[in-house]
Design a binder for this molecule. Structure first.
Ligand SMILES: *[C@@H]1O[C@H](CO)[C@@H](O)[C@H](O)[C@H]1NC(C)=O
Ligand SMILES: *[C@@H]1O[C@H](CO)[C@@H](O)[C@H](O)[C@H]1NC(C)=O
Ligand SMILES: *[C@@H]1O[C@H](CO)[C@@H](O)[C@H](O)[C@H]1NC(C)=O
Length: 464
């Protein structure tokens, strides 16, 4: 009996082993495929052909729709047919491309990261307005760094204050949240932690960026100790429950970890005016002094004139390190940077901005009940502009003309740091930026001539 059982067991093990082996092979293969997609590609992926029969009504063109129609050309909201009421006006928002030629279709909306030159509603009709929502890093799509593309749009919602519906404070929940002192530690306690910890913290997992932040941090490391928890320049491990980049970064224990440090790097992956993320607001909230590499106008948004250290203010990494180490030894000088946590936010520009902001952020646990998202806010903004022009036309007046300028996004060419930690032209990322400039020119040329756009045309153009 015993050998029979053993034989059975052996067979079970063999089958189980084969199944597990097959699963590992399949997983490995899919990871290989999806991994390949992550490699930087010059040409955005070709959008899949839309199966019209699966989308909305096949009779879309004949549908009698009373409201102006606004088509999300790049899928974004997941809504097939949303009748959106905005105060005294109403518009229909849809992701159904069927409505491209509906007589009531007024606007095409685009989400910047997914804006693909060979998949646009072309040829463009004179009455078709275009709207751009792009809150993400310039790194995601360099087309918007160029004038021929930006001036295609009639309505914009970006982080730049110059855009029509600016969302520069997209990652700042509220001023009360910013002022919070729950995590703030006394300086003496921060000093005591330095028996195990460095004076400054760095946490990033995107290591090859157009802001070249890793290179700068590496130079700074020659002069002072830096604790790096992410995969970039990694030298310290996060507790297991904080490793997950989505949930870990907004975990209370992560806030507590930042709070133990006197300084934290606040470095964006791409540099553009008014591009600021939670990397800026989080240290300010927990009571750690941010050391900023980012928007050249970041000072305009800081809670107090002495609340952060800006890398642009220092000629070299060495001089910055000297200053940080000086503050690290000198509690009285250091604490001046945290005074505002007790005495309050003094920045009038920031206070006014937040007092009049009609939308709420969604990426922190703090949410107001009353708030709308900036996506809904921008949709209503566009809807109101459309209605306003319809009213003017009805009254026999000239409709208003709206046209974006480069300043509604337009980010500068990427830089890198040389051995003296000074900014110089970047090789790889500058090439990306310039490559997109040429595509932008070609695309604009096609649109202005009432043509479609194909990559083939673009490549012929780029070779000449
Ligand atoms: C909606 O209200 C605004 C004022 O809040 C007004 O300027 C606009 O003309 C109104 N639009 C319509 C279509 O009634
Ligand atoms: C929208 O922008 C296009 C391209 O610049 C322009 O031709 C058109 O007149 C604009 N439409 C409105 C309503 O401003
Ligand atoms: C552009 O493409 C559309 C759809 O494929 C086609 O109907 C149209 O004739 C093309 N226009 C030009 C000018 O090539």
């Amino acid at each position: 009996m015993f050998p029979v059982v053993r034989q059975c067991l052996f067979r079970y093990f063999l089958v189980a082993f084969l199944i597990i082996f097959a699963i590992i092979m399949i997983l490995g293969f899919t990871m290989l495929i999806t991994g390949e997609e992550k490699v930087f590609i010059n040409e955005p992926m070709v959008f899949k052909e839309v199966d019209h029969h699966k989308l909305g009504s096949a009779d879309a063109l004949q549908e009698n729709i009373a409201h102006p129609i606004i088509v999300w050309w790049t899928k974004f909201t997941g809504e097939q047919f949303n009748v959106l009421k905005c105060k005294n006006v109403t518009c229909v928002f849809t992701e159904d491309r069927h409505y491209k030629y509906h007589p009531n279709t007024k606007v095409f909306m685009f989400y910047g990261t997914d804006f693909t030159p060979n998949d646009l509603p072309l040829p463009r009709k004179p009455h078709h307005e275009w709207a751009l929502l792009h809150e993400e890093s310039p790194k995601n799509n360099y087309l918007f760094s160029h004038k021929p593309i930006m001036t295609l749009f009639n309505h914009t919602c970006t982080f730049r204050r110059e855009s029509d519906y600016p969302i520069s404070t997209q990652h700042l929940p509220t001023l009360e949240w910013l002022q919070d002192t729950t995590y703030l530690l006394p300086t003496s306690e921060k000093t005591r932690y330095q028996s195990e910890l460095a004076p400054i913290l760095y946490v990033h997992s995107d290591c090859d960026t157009p802001s070249d932040r890793d290179t700068y941090v590496k130079y700074l490391q020659k002069y002072m100790k830096i604790d790096s928890y992410g995969s970039c320049l990694h030298n310290k491990d996060l507790p297991k429950h904080l490793v997950d980049p989505i949930n870990g970064m907004s975990h209370k224990d992560f806030y507590k970890l930042i709070a133990k440090y006197k300084f934290a790097f606040s470095m964006e992956n791409g540099i553009c005016d008014d591009y600021m993320t939670e990397k800026l607001w989080r240290p300010l909230m927990v009571g750690t002094v941010p050391v900023i590499l980012g928007s050249s106008k970041v000072r305009d948004f800081l809670p107090h004139e002495k609340s952060a250290i800006i890398i642009d203010d220092f000629d070299t990494a060495e001089s910055l390190a000297k200053y940080l180490l000086y503050l690290n030894r000198n509690d009285e000088e250091y604490e001046k940077y945290l005074q505002w946590k007790k005495t309050g936010i003094t920045n009038k520009y920031l206070k006014d901005l937040m007092a009049h902001r009609e939308w709420d952020t969604s990426d922190e646990e703090v949410m107001h009940d009353s708030g709308i998202s900036y996506i809904e806010g921008f949709q209503c903004f566009v809807c109101q502009r459309v209605h306003e022009n319809m009213r003017l036309e009805k009254e026999g007046k000239m409709p208003k003309v709206y046209q974006a300028t480069l300043e509604h996004y337009g980010c500068p060419a990427p830089i890198q740091f040389n051995a003296q930690s000074q900014r110089v032209d970047s090789d790889k990322w500058k090439y990306e930026w310039q490559h997109h400039k040429m595509i932008a020119e070609k695309l604009r040329h096609s649109i202005d001539n009432g043509n479609n756009f194909t990559w083939k045309d673009a490549h012929i153009f780029l070779q000449n």
